[in-house]
Design a protein around this ligand. Structure first.
Ligand code: HEM
Length: 417
């Protein structure tokens, strides 16, 4: 499926180890997701957090509970779309409010992990047609491909109207990801990386899939754990409200003064490694491991979820205890060096987007706790003693998510705009 949906795995995450992957990864890590680019998108994050808070406030005012799983996906998708395509008004035909596009992306994330019958037994390919998998895959791919084609054509035509490729060493920071990738051909001549339209589509799709579900999933888990641990919720709310009280709104300037916020996010990622099984690896040579012979080209699946909960590595491994990250905060510029904590993977295939994800998650969580008090739908509703307020059953997809959507009651704090 990855072959088919990612243009012959010409992305980064699924591309086999080799020269193409090395160059494409360098472009991602340096030109798309490096610290300067992350800093540049600060305005986008702050605007989208305002939109997130306004949406929650609107739903709360309408008297209903808020489907946080939904609004968090919209939030992380809005940030990555703006970073990738700028403010271009791209969408699918007749797609009011981007709902169709959200569904197409959700289908992409589900299908890229699907195991069609014809992958297992090619002569049984007709089963995929009968089950509808084949049709769904074709429709989803055509919709996404058409959208990406429009985005890239539009960027190309804007550029032909006199846009300058930055000279050596000069960085035009106003470029979105598509612009940067289109510039790579010019800038990277010496390195020898050529990116055609399909390469650019595959990389953009990879970044969408890698960033949307993961960041919003971590945020939903953090809210669920805080609901089930009211003491931790109060502690974090005190920190956030203490730091932001005069401003009424948490900005990125406040984040460095919020160690507990960072600890809560670190602990959430430890307990709920979003990409539970990482991306499968393949051994490149015959290897001996713990006395076993592992032949070259063996598929290796790494259970990051279990490693992060390993009782030989973590005290009270199954408990939500943010305190453990207060004195040892996650360093997003060096993820994957501590082999006990691998929510971003490890080694040379480790996530290059951790530094992009961190302020996206921190800013949203801080503002949600600053603007609202939260209650569960189950409050006072005949709940049995000892049952958690929020059901934390999991479901495994591209990320390990809460099984049921997280629906909470938001009570706006008076006096905060
Ligand atoms: C909380 C948020 C995130 C989590 C938990 C996460 C987790 C991961 C994991 C586990 C991997 C596989 C690593 C491995 O196999 O060792 C990965 C790869 C990757 N991630 Fe992330 N990620 C997050 C956010 C992002 C963001 C925001 C971006 C881009 C904007 C991104 C881009 C990528 C890319 C391009 C790869 C493939 C790297 C390669 O194969 O060389 N990720 N991520």
């Amino acid at each position: 499926m990855a072959q088919r949906l990612l243009y012959g795995v010409r992305d980064v995450g699924f591309a086999p180890y080799g020269e193409y992957w090395r160059q494409a990864r360098r472009v991602c890590a340096l030109h798309l997701l490096g610290p300067r680019r992350v800093a540049y998108f600060r305005r986008v994050r702050e605007q989208e957090v305002d939109a997130l808070i306004a949406r929650i406030r609107h739903e709360a005012a309408a008297g209903g509970a808020v489907n946080l799983s939904d609004v968090l996906i919209c939030y992380s998708k809005a940030i990555i779309s703006r970073a990738a395509f700028d403010d271009g008004d791209y969408g699918l035909d007749g797609d009011e409010g981007g709902e169709k596009l959200r569904r197409v992306f959700a289908d992409f994330q589900e299908l890229v992990l699907a195991s069609p019958m014809r992958e297992i037994a090619p002569w049984l390919g007709w089963v995929d047609t009968l089950t509808g998998l084949e049709g769904k895959t074709r429709r989803m791919f055509e919709a996404l491909d058409g959208l990406l084609e429009r985005v890239i054509a539009d960027h190309r035509s804007r550029r032909s109207g006199g846009r300058q490729v930055p000279a050596d060493g000069e960085v035009d920071d106003h470029r979105d990801f598509v612009d940067v990738l289109l510039d790579v051909d010019e800038m990277d001549k010496d390195a020898g990386l050529r990116l055609d339209t399909d390469n650019i589509k595959a990389i953009i799709l990879n970044i969408f899939a890698a960033s949307t579900d993961t960041s919003s999933t971590v945020l939903a888990w953090a809210m669920a754990e805080l609901m089930n641990h009211p003491h931790e919720m109060r502690k974090l709310q005190d920190e956030v409200r203490g730091a932001a009280c005069a401003a009424g709104r948490v900005t990125e300037d406040h984040l460095d003064g919020m160690p507990y916020l960072k600890a809560v996010i670190g602990e959430t990622m430890r307990l709920h490694a979003a990409a539970g099984l990482l991306i499968p690896r393949e051994t490149t040579e015959d290897t001996k491991l713990l006395g076993y012979h592992v032949p070259a080209r063996t598929r290796v699946v790494i259970n990051a979820w279990a490693i992060c909960r390993d009782p030989t590595a973590w005290e009270r491994a199954e408990e939500f205890a943010p305190k453990r990250f207060v004195d040892a905060p996650v360093d997003y510029s060096r993820v994957g060096l501590d082999f006990r904590f691998v929510p971003f993977g490890a080694g040379r295939r480790g996530c290059p987007g951790a530094g992009f994800a961190a302020p996206t998650m921190e800013l949203a969580l801080a503002n949600m706790l600053n603007h609202f008090d939260w209650a569960s739908m189950a409050h006072g509703g005949g709940r049995r003693q000892g049952t958690p307020l929020v059901d934390v059953s999991e479901v495994f997809g591209l990320s390990v998510r809460l099984e049921a959507p997280l629906v909470l009651v938001a009570k706006p704090l008076s006096g905060l705009g």
